[in-house]
Design a protein around this ligand. Structure first.
Ligand SMILES: Nc1ncnc2c1ncn2[C@@H]1O[C@H](COP(=O)(O)OP(=O)(O)OP(=O)(O)O)[C@@H](O)[C@H]1O
Ligand SMILES: NC(=O)c1ccc[n+]([C@@H]2O[C@H](COP(=O)(O)O)[C@@H](O)[C@H]2O)c1
Length: 583
């Protein structure tokens, strides 16, 4: 039995890799995964926009960014809607869609959340157990495939899933009694990261210098509610001296340039300013010159444990995304952790983008990126330049969606002190209408590789530029929704899978491999798809976190403390705001 769960992968799919199909994927400019070339719509010129959900309608309202495609700065989209330019810019899509009536009518339809249930907790519970959450909660795109096609696909999926699981309907997990029959993949080669041992980093923090402390720290003290008392045991410092007087002040402390860390040796409080904060005397790579511009390389060796304390990792500028979402400043893509040069120029520079609700972001959402990183390092094909969360806007009508500004801030808090290479892009969240994932990836492409003066891309040693490859990071359940009628349009799937690419993290309960075989478009672009096996299954669910908050249960160790604090400070997920809200 192969590690991917198939009894014998070779006869089914010659050339199927241990983890994925991606190994011989071409650099970028579209993945030529077919001998006969790819569909026309994979080769959008940089001047072309992606089709909107009603791409044939010239009166479609789009944010002004479609008219200002150079540089990072856009006017606040809240106030600047403009009409889509002539549909001639998307001719290739139209050509395709004319021959395919299903693509011809991709006007999003909103599927209402069943309204006969007024209890938000029950809504979340039912969503939690539903296998078709997106049909209940998301937008629908395009017309459903014909019933006969559906039936064939469903039969194929069933057949493949059954074969894959040895007839038991579900592939056994690594934890099952059959563990021995599922050899683990070769561990990733860690040498690239050049990490100091974790213990070294902690040693370096064992002698805090009182003079380097900052008075502001996170505190779980709350002004009200039993919920906060029960779940708010996240105080990093119980000393009253460090408690903000009010929850407002506690909120402000998140934005302060400091963090409090308690360990067995006592309270260590560190500022984010490396000059004031010189506790890291040994074992740290972050003080050494990095490979990135500015002397700091986000990917240069800090692993998770250290990163929790890595205050020299570049931080987002204060108030950046908040100010943008409030319409106070122009948009710009956060780049503070984006690597601009490569260590190994024989590889492909890769930026990973995770689209989703993140309501709230959990350790699973953080782990997804780390799992992807291991897989990428193992593949030796790509070099990771950065990772981004792109929280969906409030216009994505989904149960439990907190207002977009809160979800963006929670994602920022989640990565600020736990990661050295992850960032949060507020663009999608700040758009005045729902943006499909293909459009979001196109936005990243524009931001990272665009620029009329050729300023985008990665600068090679010889001064030449190379484009960042952008890949979507998603869980197996999201990928399986590719097969749900009306949720994704076919042209979008070709763009997402062909022009960009997908990193798919297996999710307990979803059989990504079987689905990959059964889905024609996914299979067509299989060489641009990387399936990531969860070697330690993590199924932390945002839905359940919301329910725990609602029920006053602890959510500690399910998500970063800073995010927990934010949830309580802002009274999220308690009562009515469990429901979707337009922010
Ligand atoms: N347990 C999991 N395993 C693998 N991927 C996951 C898991 N949970 C979420 N994801 C992936 O994380 C991304 C963002 O997820 P999103 O926040 O939209 O939904 P969710 O985590 O399922 O939350 P909710 O419970 O609110 O539906 C998606 O690609 C999703 O597939
Ligand atoms: N057609 C599309 O582009 C499409 C369809 C469904 C979900 N999505 C995206 O997937 C992400 C996760 O969605 P769910 O929270 O419903 O799992 C969101 O970012 C959403 O925008 C995109």
């Amino acid at each position: 039995m192969a590690a991917n769960g198939f009894k014998s992968p070779a006869p089914v799919l010659p050339g199927l890799g241990l983890h994925s199909f991606h190994n011989d994927s071409p650099p970028f400019a579209g993945a030529a995964t077919s001998e006969h070339g790819d569909p026309e719509y994979l080769s959008l010129e940089s001047s072309q926009t992606l089709p909107s959900s009603s791409s044939h309608d010239d009166s479609q309202l789009l944010p002004e960014r479609h008219l200002h495609q150079h540089g990072d700065h856009y006017r606040n989209p809240q106030n600047n809607l403009t009409r889509l330019p002539s549909s001639s810019s998307i001719n290739t899509i139209q050509t395709q869609s004319k021959s395919n009536p299903r693509i011809d009518a991709p006007v999003p339809q909103r599927i209402p959340i069943p309204s006969n249930n007024s209890n938000p907790v029950d809504d979340d519970l039912s969503l939690s157990s539903s296998r078709s959450r997106r049909l209940l909660s998301g937008y629908l795109f395009g017309n459903p495939p014909s019933p006969s096609e559906n039936k064939n696909l469903a039969e194929e999926v069933g057949a493949v899933a059954n074969t894959a699981s040895g007839g038991r309907g579900r592939r056994p997990s690594l934890d099952s009694e059959e563990e021995g029959r599922y050899p683990l993949p070769t561990p990733p080669i860690k040498d690239d990261r050049d990490s100091p041992p974790l213990s070294e980093a902690f040693k370096s923090y064992s002698s805090p210098k009182p003079s380097q402390t900052n008075n502001r720290t996170l505190s779980a003290q709350s002004s009200d509610s039993q919920i906060e008392k029960r779940t708010g045991e996240i105080s990093l410092n119980d000393s009253p001296e460090y408690r903000p007087a009010s929850s407002t002040e506690a909120t402000a402390s998140h934005e302060a340039n400091s963090v409090g860390v308690t360990n067995q040796t006592g309270i260590i409080k560190l500022t984010n300013n490396p000059e004031q904060n010189d506790t890291r005397e040994t074992g740290s790579r972050s003080k050494e010159p990095g490979h990135g511009q500015g002397g700091y390389d986000p990917l240069d060796g800090l692993n998770d444990g250290e990163a929790d304390l890595d205050l020299s990792a570049p931080q987002a500028t204060d108030g950046g995304s908040g100010a943008y979402l409030r319409g106070e400043v122009d948009y710009s893509l956060p780049r503070h952790r984006l690597r601009k040069t490569m260590k190994d120029e024989s590889k492909i520079p890769l930026v990973i983008v995770a689209c989703g609700s993140f309501s709230p972001p959990t350790y699973l959402h953080l782990r997804m990126f780390e799992m992807a990183k291991d897989e990428i390092i193992e593949s030796q094909t790509y070099e990771i330049m950065a990772g981004y969360y792109s929280p969906v806007s409030s216009y994505y009508k989904k149960s439990g969606l907190a207002p977009a500004n809160h979800r963006v801030r929670m994602c920022e808090l989640a990565v600020e002190h736990t990661s050295t290479w992850l960032m949060v892009d507020p663009w999608e969240a700040g758009q005045p209408e729902y943006q499909r994932t293909a459009i979001v990836l196109d936005h990243f492409d524009e931001m990272l590789n665009g620029g009329k003066n050729g300023e985008g891309g990665v600068t090679m040693n010889d001064g030449k530029k190379r484009r960042y490859k952008i890949m979507l990071l998603a869980g197996g359940d999201l990928i399986e929704s590719f097969g749900e009628p009306g949720v994704w349009s076919e042209p979008d799937l070709h763009i997402i899978l062909g022009r960009f690419g997908c990193l798919i993290v297996e999710r307990a309960g979803s059989d990504v491999w079987a689905f990959l075989l059964s889905h024609d478009i996914l299979y067509h672009h299989r060489r641009n798809v990387i399936v990531i096996k969860q070697l330690i299954y993590n199924d932390i669910s945002s839905t359940k976190v919301r329910l725990f908050v609602r029920r006053g249960m602890s959510i500690k160790y399910l998500l970063p403390n800073s995010v927990i604090q934010y949830i309580y400070d802002n009274k999220l997920y308690r009562f009515t705001d469990v429901k979707a809200t337009i922010g």
